[in-house]
Write a protein that binds this ligand. Structure first.
Ligand code: NOJ
Length: 559
């Protein structure tokens, strides 16, 4: 067995909570959330049992992509507050024993970054080579790559008389990581944040920093321009990336005991190990997209969890997550919001918090916040959704159908303001928020759930407490107890002679669970369930819709 794998560390033990600052809490009456709002809610997170917060970008930015377009890596966006506010946040977190992780968006900067402005001027100044410039090819873009936010990945610059590459919007030019000065400047900014007391980073597009030499054309279908098809050969996992990540982790982060988790695409369980095997020392965690990409299909989720658990066994540490600021709300896609909102939200949380690996969830998931709806294209606020909508319309697709499809995947679903209470604007702000509050806030909100012992919030708190105090649920081995295509599902977590069995009914029907021998014959004790009946009257053979139970297996001779 590999020793580095067995090392106990805070980022394996912590439950991570993602804060989307724009939508968390507005204390300055701007309709936009701010750092003071985060500080105000640290006691709430402490009580919930959260071990670490990941904050989406709060650096200075023109906010074309809500902060994923940085124009100064060394300062705080005045929209969110000041450096003093941020230092106070770090101190408040430290007192509450909560670690703090920043977003690290270094595949690209904002087009308003002074580096880019200078780079646009001409091809022989100190910043000329900071970005990926290319001459026109036969009077056109250098290749056929598509930007993720619609249109070509290349934009013409008049003063430079060249194209620049942007894998996202034209406001987000890609950096040239072959230039040692880019690395030097960015590494020095990272060090400043570490010195301030930040405990790590979530790295945006972590395996995309280097692009294929010569910029070959993508062999993709003209009708599917917006997809990153064949990205693995073009801009993911390219030579140079492993050395860079290793250097970042080993030389910069390690001395601060800081962690790095990478947003990464185009990986299999096996190729993920090239980045995250603890021996490699590149990223500690890979943020798991396959679950979010499973689009509500539990069988895919189960298969994914099994495959990763097998591949990572004794080699690398896993993560589990159902949603973030780019995805639909977990209960809307994996649960049943019409009939079993509460039960299914709790069931999803149980899966998240008992599966192997570090769990991450997004603000609002602890109260079961849901998707919102969009009936008019003018309501789309997100740069990606607007770009993709326009792209598809320009290719002749039916606007109503596109809108219907997009409203399900609309990134704003995850970004509606946090629902703190049933006060106007959900207690998020006293003025009209930047994004419409989900109208269900009068029913789904923190205050209401704090007062109800059976709420999703109070259940989540119990679950987190259980995980925080049970090493077996963190470090225990993982064994699936049934085939992946069963509607009922179960797995065991075992450490030394302690074992837990967790069972789920991922459906809106009653289901028979006779097959789980482990929980029959009274050989286990029920520790937690999401049904508010006395535990001992729970039927051991049938599970109610979206029921989940956590059992502790009795040790030999135990009564
Ligand atoms: C991934 C981030 O999660 C997303 O919000 C952003 O738009 C892109 N990267 C570009 O930075």
């Amino acid at each position: 067995m590999n020793d580095c794998y067995n090392k106990k560390t805070w980022w394996k033990e912590s439950v991570f909570y993602q804060i989307y600052p724009l939508s968390f809490l507005d204390t300055t009456n701007t309709g936009k959330g701010d750092i003071k709002g985060i500080i105000k809610k640290i006691p709430y997170l402490e009580e919930l049992g959260i071990g670490a917060i990941w904050i989406s970008p709060i650096y200075t930015s023109p906010m074309f992509d809500n902060g994923y377009d940085i124009s100064d890596y060394n300062s705080i966006n005045p929209l969110f507050g000041t450096m003093e506010d941020f230092i106070k946040l770090i101190k408040t977190c430290r007192k509450a024993n909560i670690k703090i992780i920043m977003d690290l968006v270094i595949n690209h900067t904002s087009s308003e970054h002074p580096w880019f402005k200078k780079s646009c001027e001409n091809s022989n100044n100190s910043k000329s080579d900071y970005y990926l410039w290319h001459d026109a090819k036969n009077g056109k873009e250098p290749n056929n790559w598509a930007a993720d936010f619609g249109g070509s990945a290349w934009t013409w610059n008049e003063s430079r008389q060249q194209y620049y590459l942007h894998l996202f919007s034209k406001h987000q030019p890609d950096l040239n990581w072959h230039n040692p000065n880019v690395k030097k400047e960015i590494f020095s900014s990272i060090k400043k944040w570490l010195e301030l007391g930040v405990n790590g980073f979530r790295m945006d597009m972590g395996n995309f920093l280097f692009k294929a030499k010569g910029y070959p054309d993508a062999p993709h279908n003209k009708n599917d321009l917006r997809k990153f098809i064949h990205g693995e050969n073009l801009y993911a996992n390219q030579p140079g990336i492993h050395n860079l990540l290793h250097e970042l982790k080993e030389e910069l982060l390690e001395p601060y005991d800081a962690m790095l988790f990478g947003e990464m695409y185009f990986l299999t369980p096996k190729s993920s190990l090239d980045y995250t095997s603890c021996k490699k020392h590149e990223v500690d965690l890979i943020y798991q997209y396959p679950i979010m990409d499973a689009r509500g299909d539990w069988n895919k989720v189960k298969k994914h969890i099994r495959n990763y658990a097998n591949a990572f066994q004794d080699k690398a540490w896993n993560t589990t997550t159902f949603s973030n600021h780019d995805s639909p709300r977990s209960v809307s896609i994996y649960g049943d919001t019409s009939n079993y909102h509460k039960e299914s939200a709790k069931c999803i949380m149980t899966f998240l918090l008992t599966s192997p690996g570090t769990p991450f969830f997004l603000q609002g998931e602890e109260i079961g916040m849901t998707n919102t709806s969009v009936s008019d294209a003018n309501e789309l606020t997100d740069i990606k959704m607007k770009g993709v909508y326009n792209d598809r319309i320009s290719r002749g697709e039916n606007p109503d159908m596109v809108l219907k499809d997009l409203s399900w995947w609309n990134r704003d679903n995850a970004r509606t303001p946090m629902q703190w209470s049933d006060k106007k604007y959900a207690g998020f702000s006293v003025v009209n928020p930047w994004l419409k509050v989900n109208p269900n806030y009068t029913d789904i909100n923190v205050e209401k759930q704090q007062n109800n012992p059976n709420s999703i919030l109070n259940y989540t708190k119990k679950l987190i407490n259980l995980r925080n105090s049970t090493e077996t649920l963190i470090y225990g081995t993982f064994r699936v107890l049934c085939p992946d295509d069963w509607t009922v599902y179960g797995f065991s977590r075992k450490l030394n002679d302690e074992e837990y069995i967790i069972v789920f009914n991922f459906s809106s029907n009653d289901n028979n669970i006779q097959a789980f021998q482990e929980i029959k014959n009274n050989s286990s004790t029920l520790i937690l369930s999401n049904y508010s009946v006395e535990y001992d009257v729970i039927d051991i053979l049938y599970m109610k819709p979206w029921e989940t139970r956590i059992y502790k297996v009795k040790k030999h001779g135990e009564l």
